[in-house]
Design a protein around this ligand. Sequence first.
Ligand code: PLP
Length: 360
Amino acid sequence: MKNIFFTPGPAELYFTVPEHLKQALKEQIPSISHRSRQFEGIFDEAVRNLKSLLSIPDNYYVFFTGSATEIWERIIENCVQDNCLHYVNGAFSERFYQTALELGKTAVALTSEEGTCVAAEETQIPNEVELIAFTQNETSTGASQPLEDIYLIKKAHPDKLIAVDAVSSLPYPNFNFSLVDTVFFSVQKGFGLPAGLGVWIVNERCIEKALQLQKQNKNIGAYHSLPSLLSKAKKNQTPETPNVLNLYLLAKVTGDMLQKGIEQIRRETDYKAALLYHTLDQHSFLSPFVKAKQYQSKTVIVAETTRDSSEVISQLKKDHLIVGSGYGNFKSKHIRIANFPTHSKEQMEMLVDRINALKY
Ligand SMILES: *Cc1c(COP(=O)(O)O)cnc(C)c1O
């Protein structure tokens, strides 16, 4: 029997990936030139499908990088001259903030306890801040910043750029792109693809900022600077030899998701999350780590356990259900469960049954 990966990344592959992989090999996709018409077709298909799936407006660009970690760095290089501000509530948002410091910026962190979010209305944002960074879904704790909080900050500071890490939540959140300037993710979480591809959505304001920094001879990086990504993307190409196979798979999987319908995917995500939280609320030794309902992630559900997490993980593994351990210091105290589009209702019901039957 095959394992089902409920780990929050890398995660279970989207269920159509094996078929698309076979087809890709048949078509010899890994060997085609990234300067060929065929590649341009794949690039174009991936971008069009993503724009349609996530309702990304026409005046936004979609670029491809090696990872989301790379995009943290590129955003800081291309969109910040000196000052940025980060909402920090766990290991991933902390890493985004540290990236800005390491690149020599004056970065300020607004920090809240792990398992919560910084309340948006309480924030004081200094004038000199150029960019505000949110981690919409903090994968280390399962705390999710409500989109309304992000919009509130944007409306109060329309002159500042808003950057949103939505790596472990997309395609679930339905962004109003007119109130965010850049959003990004990598494909091995909710999109159910092999790792090694980052997707970077940006608007004109980000491009203008990068061009302005370039004019002032600031370092905006080289091959993946926004101007270089843009000049190639206009031809449906990338500056480097990209992960062509994964781009092909992304084009196909987003096509499948479009066919299923994003509304259906979001409804099923809500249903499966409700099932899991209900189970944790009733459980004898597991409980949701994120207490405030408005901050409970729908896509990465984190449970506190009064038993060692490794016992829970190994019991579930006997039934081929693979869940994640806690992140960092929480390793033995938490389990983390992904609720991504590939996980069917039946699979989630099976997991919930087994969680209810856990014995010691
Ligand atoms: C996984 C993750 C990242 C890093 O993604 P990579 O593809 O490993 O670079 C960044 N932010 C969040 C919130 C994540 O969950």
